[in-house]
Design a protein around this ligand. Sequence first.
Ligand SMILES: [Zn+2]
Length: 409
Amino acid sequence: MDRLAQCRACLAADPFLYLPLGDHAPAQMLIRPEDIDKKQPAFGLNTQVCLNCGLIQVADQIPPDFFRHYLYVPSGAATMHAHFAELADRLFALAGRDGLIVDIGCNDGLMLAAANALGAKTLGVDPAANIAELANKRGVEVHLDYFTPRSAEILRAQRGPAKIIATSNTFNHIGDLHTFMKSITVFLSGDGYFVVEVPRAKEMLERNLFDNMYHEHVSQFSLLSIVKLGEFFDMEVVDVDPLPKIHGGSMRVFLARKSAGKQRQPIVGKMLQEEKDGGMLERTSYVELVKRVDAIGAELRTMLSRFREQGKKIVGYGASARGNTLITYYGIGRDYLEFLVDKNPLKQGLHSPNTRIPIKPVEAIAQERPDIVFVLAWNFFDEIKVQQSAFLARGGKFVIPLPRPMIVG
Ligand SMILES: [Zn+2]
């Protein structure tokens, strides 16, 4: 099914379908040159919102073994070093030297390696063997499996209860949140914390960030939705760190068991109120959002067409999942963008899903001298601008699509 009959957090019926984005291939499914003429499997990407809890969501449609048969290229985490070091500090302060810190979806082990350096006891959980190998190389121990109630039981028997279970940008990829939460309650100690880092739905609504939705990224959380989800498992939100600079605006949410009786920090109530005041539970907010998103698309196409008519060479920066949603929905394909560049060597030489634009190394900007760089990875623009100072210096211009179209240079 390409749409949800009930909210995956609070289980309320019939989440409001406000933005049907059309059929999209999975965003990480890049195309090899030899497959360029083959049809890609695509699924309807229908953005819905639960007006009971403010969870923005799409149906989870990719079969579990799907990527075994198709090329899957994970996104590089190179720019997240400072962020993960800060998260490791925060978690180590809560866990101490004796408390076990577990990272679900630990990826290449960046955060746990930073925690190990502080003297923490750590364990990563991740089903991807090739990525766990990278973590092992950093000295991080990884349990190779999906996180389920069964694997949580095994881990608890082997390692004792976890003081901290953290998950960074993974919770938003989970289709069955209730089973995942059950696994948390199995493994977490009585006075432990479940720490969730995710992009925040409020930013998506206020800053027109529809590009955060793709098939692998099925939820965009409000704090309200995490509170309601926790209630099913006798857990409560006790603290939140806003992370305005991560993925266009994220939050780090701390849940604890109600029986632990931890004090709720004032910021929790403040942020919940902000979400209600910001119209996150009102249908009209989303109807207005769609009008803004479509107006931005029209403006961008006009802008790029004008550059093209002037004979300018236009390329795209960033072959990311969010960028794919953006150009696929806006119909900005090869007729606008000659090629994309990306820092991740695994993506270079491949083509973007849906739009089939060739992906080259970042150095192609210096070599092939485009006039315009359309920044799909606009959330890393500060970094890109510094890296591409030579492009700016020779008169190049950047086009930034969101939160609203802007020309820089
Ligand atoms: Zn809900």
